[in-house]
Design a protein around this ligand. Structure first.
Ligand SMILES: Nc1nc2c(ncn2[C@@H]2O[C@H](COP(=O)(O)OP(=O)(O)OP(=O)(O)O)[C@@H](O)[C@H]2O)c(=O)[nH]1
Ligand SMILES: [Mg+2]
Length: 249
């Protein structure tokens, strides 16, 4: 594989940090590729991996909360502003990491990162970048899948990086049959969304169901467990496929 950045995306608590760790370790142990870990979350208190680049060396949410008397979200926004200010320094540090892969862990409150101009920082890497958007298995209900697909679509529009959705925490899925029906048969998901009693006009519900069905049809979605190290090999194959479709292989 050519050298590559892999950005791990997903809502708060979806398993980004664990997957960053387990996927990176799996690549190191099972392929001939070298890996570096990048932490872009200035609010994280503890990491399971040893970061080769850590944004917390520059600033942290905790320090800004104290120094500027801010709440956690205000401090995170301030960190995003500082990331833009320090873009060149960050770029120089990351360029020094010459490993085959760089796995990038993003802030917990992904929405703050995605809807802030800092999102442009994902374009400073000098090599091909792909994204993995995590949908945690706790969200595998018709409305949960719909919201996740729409958030992942918004994310893709903002980051402009080829990104695929994957189900994280696959080991926690209890009713595999219902989940597989919803994931593998977009028409069933569509019917379920249309039947939801949500407080928006029926036309809008049909439009949402239509979009979600189209998104679900357009890609194969895999279930991964970082905790149980399940399907990490399939995830690696998927990244390979993404590179082929980007024309990199
Ligand atoms: N069962 C199970 N739990 C997991 C898995 N991956 C992560 N978790 C748990 O989910 C919680 C959140 O995991 P993180 O990796 O910190 O998630 P995150 O998206 O980085 O979280 P934030 O950065 O705080 O938004 C932790 O309690 C993890 O132990 C998994 O594959 N299976
Ligand atoms: Mg995290």
């Amino acid at each position: 594989m050519p050298s590559l950045n892999i950005v791990i995306l997903g809502p708060a608590g979806s398993g980004k940090t664990y997957l960053t760790w387990k996927f990176g370790e799996w690549i190191k142990n099972n392929t001939s590729n070298s890996v570096s870990f990048i932490n872009f979350d200035p609010g994280v208190e503890w990491l399971p991996y040893k970061p080769d680049f850590d944004i917390k060396k520059f600033f942290s949410v905790q320090e800004l909360m104290k120094r500027k008397h801010l709440g956690p979200n205000g401090a995170l926004i301030e960190c995003m502003n500082l990331m833009i200010k320090n873009k060149n320094k960050i770029k120089n540090e990351i360029y020094k990491l010459k490993t085959d892969f760089r796995v990038i862990d993003l802030p917990g409150q992904l929405e703050i990162f995605i809807f802030h101009p800092v999102v442009e920082i994902l374009k400073i890497f000098e090599r091909t970048t792909v994204g993995l958007f995590l949908i945690p298995s706790e969200l595998l209900t018709p409305s949960g899948i719909a919201v996740s697909e729409l958030l992942s679509l918004a994310t893709k529009l903002r980051i402009e990086i080829p990104t695929v959705n994957i189900i994280s925490k696959g080991d926690k899925i209890k009713n595999k049959k219902i989940i597989e029906k919803l994931i593998l048969k977009p028409e069933i998901l569509r019917k379920n969304i249309e039947e939801l009693k949500i407080g928006v006009e029926k036309d809008l519900v049909f439009a949402i169901a239509d979009i979600v069905e189209k998104i679900s049809k357009s890609s194969r979605i895999i279930q991964v467990s970082a905790k149980k190290e399940k399907n990490i090999d399939i995830l690696y194959g998927l990244v390979h496929e993404m590179l082929c479709s980007c024309g990199e292989i």
